[in-house]
Write a protein that binds this ligand. Structure first.
Ligand SMILES: NC(=O)C1=CN([C@@H]2O[C@H](COP(=O)(O)OP(=O)(O)OC[C@H]3O[C@@H](n4cnc5c(N)ncnc54)[C@H](O)[C@@H]3O)[C@@H](O)[C@H]2O)C=CC1
Ligand SMILES: NCC(=O)COP(=O)(O)O
Length: 347
């Protein structure tokens, strides 16, 4: 039987003034990913960023959904989207917010139509999209959830080689996987968003997707408390007693293996992480600083609960580095490799 063709991945190039476009050309020039990667963005912009870095790479424009064969060396297949205004590295322009959103729409449509097995996203700038009047936009994760019409998705970041870590014979350091109960919310709103319903939905998705992607028959998930010392028996906040513990008890009765709620500061220590397959943090800055300390530059962000594969980088637009060629493409490389492996498994 002929081997299956490598999966197609749509790679959105992100905020045009950020490091996304140059990371895409750096990656295309440096490595041969285990997937047929099609960049989604402005071909002229990509050619300009490649030239600026002295990289010989020519965009190869494809029609929307056009099948892509293995990219020839020096060619970057692109599903084109036109910039709305010229873009200079490091200088945000709200006129290009619609361009960034269109790149997402093209990638989503390709995934939904089966032209791509998944999408990988370079970073966008949430603030400039909101400044441009796209009220309610808070990030790819929520945009994809709404575009796909699913009630809940889960943001999980994992240090590199996370899928490989469970392969027989793997001797590497254990991967850290951190999922979030809430994503892009002002801190003031977090406590109200921690409801039994949300925790049940998030933990069921996390449990199911850890089983599916990582081959873990009964994943063990450690759940952080919300308050210092997990509420100190109710003296430092009552969410643990009134919301989190009852939600975890109900899920344990369904068979989920859950520890907690545990004080987040002690949970993230080696002894407490031993044997834990993933941590559920209650909010963005409870979990992600730990993950980034452990693996910034070689970690990826995975959206769990979508009908197709989506991974992303572990960093933002880094406007301070845009156009300099000093940005590290490591996380994008990991995100593409992970998406390719997930897409192979799904096929
Ligand atoms: N997946 C996405 O689309 C993400 C987008 N963002 C957005 O990015 C924007 C900027 O966010 P910041 O908090 O400033 O974070 P940032 O990640 O853009 O920058 C933080 C620091 O890390 C450095 N850095 C980031 N990526 C790097 C790379 N590849 N190589 C070397 N150094 C790198 C930057 O130079 C900066 O010093 C915000 O609008 C935020 O919403 C942030 C995270 C993820
Ligand atoms: N800090 C992670 C992050 O902001 C990723 O957001 P998203 O745009 O992938 O939803």
């Amino acid at each position: 039987m002929a081997p299956a063709e490598p999966p197609v991945l749509a790679l959105t190039t992100g905020e045009p003034a950020g490091i996304g476009p140059e990371l895409v050309v750096m990656l295309a020039a440096q490595s041969r990913p285990a997937a047929r990667v099609v960049a989604v963005g402005d071909p002229g912009l990509l050619a300009e960023r490649a030239a600026g870095l002295g990289i010989a790479l020519e965009p190869l424009e494809l029609a929307p959904g056009q099948a892509v064969s293995e990219a020839a060396p020096g060619r970057l297949p692109v599903w084109p989207v036109a910039l709305r205004a010229p873009s200079r590295p490091g200088q945000l322009d709200a006129a290009n917010a619609a361009y960034v959103l269109e790149t997402l729409d093209v990638a989503i449509a390709a995934c939904r139509a089966g032209h791509a097995a998944g999408m990988v996203t370079a970073p966008l700038h949430k603030g400039v999209i909101l400044d441009a009047g796209h009220a309610g936009f808070t990030g790819h994760t929520e945009y994809l959830r709404d575009a796909c019409g699913v009630e809940e998705v889960v943001m999980m970041l994992a240090t590199d080689l996370a899928l490989h870590a469970t392969r027989p014979g793997w001797r590497g350091s254990p991967a850290l996987r951190v999922a979030l109960a809430t994503t892009h919310l002002p801190l003031r709103e977090v406590a109200d968003a921690i409801t039994a319903g949300r925790l049940s939905r998030v933990l069921r998705i996390l449990d199911a997707e850890l089983k599916h992607w990582y081959g873990l028959p009964a994943p063990r998930i450690a759940v952080c408390g919300l308050n210092p010392h997990a509420g100190e028996g109710g003296h430092l906040g009552r969410e643990e007693l009134e919301v989190i513990e009852p939600a975890l008890a109900a899920l344990r009765a369904e068979g989920l293996r859950l520890d907690g709620p545990l004080p987040a500061d002690t949970l993230f220590t080696p002894r407490h992480l031993e044997g834990v397959d993933a941590v559920l943090a209650m909010y963005h800055d409870q979990g992600l600083p730990v993950l980034k300390y452990a693996g910034f530059g070689s970690a990826a962000n995975i959206t769990l609960g979508l009908p197709f594969v989506r991974t992303s980088v572990d960093h933002g637009t880094a406007l301070d580095l845009a156009g300099t060629g000093r940005a590290d493409p490591g996380s994008l490389r990991v995100a593409v490799a992970l998406a390719a492996e997930m897409a192979w498994r799904r096929s």
